[in-house]
Design a protein around this ligand. Sequence first.
Ligand code: AHR
Length: 498
Amino acid sequence: PAQTVQMTVQAGDPKLQISKHIYGHFAEHLGRCIYGGFWADEDSKAPQQGRIRMDIVEALKKIKVPNLRWPGGCFADTYHWRDGVGPTAQRPKMLNMWWGNNLEDNSFGTHEFLELCNLLGTEPYLAANVGSGTVQEMAGWMEYLNSNDDTPLVLERRKNGHPEPYKVTWWGIGNESWGCGGNMTAEYYTDVYKRYATFAHNYPASPGLKKIVSGANGDDAHWTETCMKNIPLNQMWGLTLHQYTLPTGSWSGSKGKATGFGEDMYFSTLRNCLKMEAVVTKHAAIMDKYDKDKKVALLVDEWGVWTDVEPGTNPGFLYQQNSLRDALVAGTTLNIFNNHCDRVRGANLAQAVNVLQAVILTEKDKMLLTPTYHVFDLYQVHQDAQYLPLQFSSPDYAFGNEKIPALNASASKDAKGAVHISLVNLDPNKALKLETTLAGVSWKNVSGRILTSGKINDYNTFDKPNNVKLASFGGAKRRGDKLAVELPPKSVVMLELR
Ligand code: AHR
């Protein structure tokens, strides 16, 4: 018989919020994320505004995208923004050297991206080119977008169809500067950062500039330590971290298949995804040393499952399917971020459409929602809600000689007083019984929704787009003043208590 997990939901500090920006997304000029994704092919019959695909926009609006990071990734440090403004026919073409060597025609540039953000109702998060650009180029981009004085760049923006400043406040200063962004040492990068940051002006027409430091790769403590030590706190609003989940755990050779895997790869993927807890804890502790008041946000602005590409597709396009397993990774990772919301105040899943752990896949004019999409749908209730700490001790999920905690969870209270508890059972074979006490929370009724499926590697196809979908959940009941839950194997559940 399943053992019963005792869980306590605590009232928590009313000031501690789960930032909505934890639920951010990422759109790079990579494979078919932009071209053939957000930006329809010229012969496409999909619903469009300009060439922006409105079926994608509508789907993303339903899960509330708080911020969208663009144009990269590695692409950002090769991108010259002036190539992507002005009349489309006159924009120069470039080779996308990082991703598949295809010809980039720059038809999707700054104005098109900001129109996309406007349609989505999302905060744009731009990554400036530090690796192969100049301070002048970045400063010019900021002036073009954010100033309202009659300078030549502002006149050019107005001529290009946008009289008002765009007020873009989120600015990443480089991307992976330890790797594709210039292969810099941490010491060198922090000097470069300070130079760029000096000329990142806060224009009166667009107040609130947020300067974001290109942060560590995985658990590289030295990078974070050096950034925190060398850069004055008032020169950085945020510091990033990139941490991907590889099923095999190795960057060389096979990373593991996106579908058709067995329980061994399922287990190792989840074990690797759980490393996010230790990685975030490690960087947060270093940040605490230099920033006791937690002023600087930790932004995990690239995360997700990275598998081998689908057979027959361009290896540089990073196109992969998305299964129930990936949804469990998403639910688990978002629970980790919620539980670290004192420091983690932003994150971006890599990537929104057709790349890595996408929430949307397209094939010509068709579109499907992946299992990961449904997790973002469930979890949107946590956005900007008050954080409620949980206490419980998880049973193990054992495979071979190893074990991981089967259960992970997070909770919040929204502005109307409804409490939401997101629960993930990673065990593919055993249900979990929970008995939950809610301290200082008044509630009468519980309802819920669940994401699960018959097999750990089930996924949605263009022929069967609803193979893995949300359903209502009847496994939670009020028993006395406690909440009793029976959590099915391999499932993500969101409970609502009112
Ligand atoms: O998301 C794909 C790539 O992964 C990004 O371009 C880069 O920043 C990271 O290495």
